[in-house]
Write a protein that binds this ligand. Structure first.
Ligand code: NAD
Ligand code: DAU
Length: 377
């Protein structure tokens, strides 16, 4: 059996997904199960960012198993490998929000570094228990970020796989550290791992602390739309389903020990993103008392150490694995706004109150989607 057969469900073994109740993880789990790609075990701690409500449609799917737990729990992780004998790990679990990493870096170091270390160690021991065929087919896919590369000047070429690491935020540093651990486990122990570094995702189930869902949620309620600094920072946006499709291609056909950059070629300044969202909301909510929504834009204090520009060169992924983004920024953003407008209750349910206090202090009265709701858990 070759690696591709092994990873397309041939031996009936599940894949183990970490962080499957978060934004990208949920989208991946739903897409995986809808595609009949085989059994999937999801390990998630259900932090403020993890929401089982995202997965109610698959709760009863025979191919779906949910485990509530922490990737830092070595005994649990070991037991999961032994019990489920996965053919691959797709590692999403992380603390993911840059502003939160500035407020409190500890959880980022713990989950993103110690958690990845715990998984790598367990995978290594497990791998030793496998026969040659299963060992050859096993994959550890580490889902990472373009933020490990630092920041670009306007004239710089996009990040490519050889761009030196230069992480600037506590979040980025913790992800860079985890990438280095994965690399070392490949090099030293022969762990068949692959790393992906992706640009900014957007789409359904993203927690309304990140730019796009926060702006939609605030605009809907007539609250200020807080733009950090001059709003000219650039991000390279990718619709989440396109990221999930890229991960599946890498899992099935990616080369062990390689890194693949993932991005949609959609560089936009934050101000452009926010004004485009405002226009979409004007169109989709013609009766809104808060339109034109652009009037809600409010410039607030800049993020400390704010990276100016990210851009991804995805030619390796496109050339080797034939992946292409299917959504343009315009089609993806419209779908996203429509999804959030149709899921207002989801936004209400997930908003955390504790974090609000810190953002109010640090961003001069910035308001999150709901300043009164407590954490969902
Ligand atoms: P998210 O914050 O929405 O979800 C993270 C998930 O991990 C949650 O379900 C949470 O409960 C879970 N989790 C956190 N700590 C855990 C722990 N100790 N044990 C088990 N589960 C834990 O994150 P996301 O935006 O979906 O990002 C997923 C991954 O993709 C992360 O590794 C992130 O670095 C990476 N990434 C994200 C983006 C983006 O734009 N969101 C872009 C590139 C890469
Ligand atoms: O590049 C990939 C990364 O993208 C992922 O690794 C991270 O997990 C993900 O959170 C995201 O990081 P960013 O910091 O780029 O995303 P965020 O949505 O927080 O911010 C996007 C841009 O918008 C950034 O330049 C900061 C700005 N911003 C953000 C918020 C929340 C604002 O101007 N106002 C805001 O209220």
């Amino acid at each position: 059996m070759d690696a591709e057969q092994s990873l397309s469900g041939g031996n009936g073994a599940p894949i183990l997904v970490t962080g499957g109740a978060g934004f990208i993880g949920s989208n991946f789990v739903l897409e995986w199960l809808a595609g009949g790609k085989g059994p999937l075990v999801s390990l998630d701690k259900l932090t403020y960012a993890g929401n089982p409500e995202n997965l109610t449609t698959v709760e009863k799917d025979r191919d779906y198993t949910f485990v509530h737990g922490d990737i830092c729990d070595a005994a649990l992780v070991k037991e999961l490998f032994e019990r489920h004998r996965p053919r691959a790990v797709v590692h999403f679990a992380a603390e993911s929000h840059v502003d939160r990493s500035i407020l409190g870096p500890e959880a980022f170091l713990r989950t993103n570094i110690d958690g990845t270390f715990t998984l790598l160690q367990a995978a290594r021991v497990y791998l030793d228990s496998l026969g040659a065929e299963d060992r050859a087919g096993f994959r550890f896919l580490h889902v990472s970020t373009d933020e490990v590369y630092g920041t670009l000047e306007p004239e710089d070429p996009a990040f490519h796989e050889e761009t030196p690491y230069a992480p600037n935020s506590p979040y980025a540093a913790s992800k860079a550290a985890s990438d280095h651990l994965v690399r070392a486990w490949v090099h030293t122990y022969g762990l068949p791992a692959i790393i992906t570094n992706c640009s900014n995702n957007y789409g359904p189930y993203q927690f309304p602390e990140k730019l796009i869902p926060l702006m939609i949620a605030n605009a809907r309620k007539g609250k200020p739309l807080p733009v950090y600094g001059d709003g000219q920072q650039v991000r390279d946006w990718l619709y989440v389903a396109d990221h999930c499709r890229a991960l599946m291609a890498v899992l099935e056909r990616g080369r062990v020990g390689e890194t693949y950059n993932v991005g949609g070629g959609n560089q936009r300044s934050n101000l452009e993103v926010v004004t485009t969202l405002c226009s979409l909301l004007d169109e989709l909510l013609p009766q809104s008392e808060f339109g034109p929504h652009k009037q809600l834009i409010k410039y607030v204090a800049d993020r400390p150490g704010h990276d100016r520009r990210y851009a991804i060169d995805a030619r390796k992924l496109e050339g080797e694995l034939g992946w292409r983004a299917q959504e343009s920024f315009e089609t993806g953003l419209r779908k996203t706004v429509e999804w959030y407008l149709a899921h207002a209750a989801w936004v209400e349910n997930v908003t955390s109150g504790a974090y609000q206090h810190w953002v109010t202090q640090n961003y001069g009265g910035r308001e999150t989607a709901d300043t009164t709701a407590g954490s969902a858990r």
